[in-house]
Design a protein around this ligand. Structure first.
Ligand code: BDR
Ligand code: CA
Length: 308
């Protein structure tokens, strides 16, 4: 199995990404690091530990930075609730974070791994960027970074996506790092919808994990629709990263040169996507997911949750 580390900020869709990882034998989850994003760090850490406990997963876990390198944390309580993961009854954590920091854990795991490791990032890129700056000698141990963020349109401003907007400088550092990147941005995640009847199919799997998953997703869907982010269907942003690793044939990807706007004006956090580097003349620094086989994606999620 291919070794992976995930940096996340659960968050309903991050939680589903973690649950998928729990039943992905193709991937060897070395560790989980936590960033602030959907909620404050204390809450995203607590949520991570509750989800891992629910899933019976025991990876190494470490907490990252409380604050972004730039901009600020703006909790998405309107969609995810005050806890950052409202809607389901989750167990109290049966595991704890280690004393070392997220970046130290990433360094530790990369050093120990014989094979190159894929970093999955489903929150603001604060920890990942800090790691890339601090440990240049370990870049060679990174197979690639598969991240959720960016897009040709926005969800927190007309042009900026939440993860990039929360820490634009971090996103910029990651794209300029020279590390291979696969980007799951809003262009693909707005196609990655799950509908009410599909959530109910997950509930009918009748395990504690499937019921908690359905409760979480149904809360998330209800608030997304209520707030007008979608007419029907909830965007499963973060699970696209895991799905791409498990079943890349579900997606089409295109190479591009990506720049992230760090100037604090109308376009803060926007990702400028120059497909094939045609207009900038720059060498591509990422591959961008552009389309998804939605039915296949939801089937994959159902299959993995059915393994609990
Ligand atoms: C991203 O922002 C968060 O709210 C989600 O967890 C996802 O990572 C979507 O813009
Ligand atoms: Ca997230």
């Amino acid at each position: 199995p291919h070794p992976v580390i995930i940096d996340c900020d659960p968050g309903h869709d991050d939680a589903l990404a973690l649950l998928m990882l729990g039943k992905s034998k193709e991937l060897n989850l070395l560790g989980v690091t936590v960033c602030a994003g959907n909620q404050t760090l204390d809450k995203t850490v607590f949520n991570t530990l509750r989800i891992l406990t629910l899933a019976g997963m025991t990876p190494r876990v470490a907490a990252g930075a409380r604050k972004p390198l730039s901009n600020k944390i703006t909790p998405v309580s309107d969609i995810m609730g005050e806890s950052g993961l409202d809607g389901a009854t989750l167990p109290e954590p049966a595991l704890a974070v280690e004393a070392l920091s997220a970046v130290e854990l990433i360094a530790d795991l990369l050093r120990q791994s014989e094979d190159k490791v894929t970093l999955i990032a489903t929150g603001p890129l604060t920890n990942v960027a800090t790691f890339l700056i601090g440990w240049p000698s370990l870049h060679a141990k990174i197979e690639r970074i598969v991240l959720m963020g960016g897009g040709t349109f926005g969800n927190v401003s007309p042009v900026a996506e939440f993860n990039f907007h929360t820490d634009p400088v971090a996103a910029d550092i990651v794209f300029q790092s020279g590390t291979p990147i696969v980007m799951s941005g809003l262009d693909v995640t707005y196609q990655a919808l799950i509908f009410e009847d599909e959530i109910e199919q997950i509930r009918k799997l009748e395990s504690p994990v499937s019921i908690a998953t359905a409760d979480m997703l149904s809360y998330y869907l209800q608030h997304i629709v209520q707030k007008g982010y979608s007419k029907e269907g909830a965007h499963l942003h973060d699970p696209c990263t895991i799905a791409w690793l498990l079943a890349p044939d579900l997606f089409t990807i295109e190479p591009a040169y990506i720049m992230v706007e760090t100037f604090n004006g109308y376009c803060l956090g926007a990702s400028v996507i120059d497909y094939y580097g045609k207009l900038s003349g720059k060498p591509c620094n990422a591959e961008v997911m552009t389309t998804i086989n939605r039915i296949g994606f939801v089937d994959l999620i159902k299959d993995r949750i059915a393994c609990y």
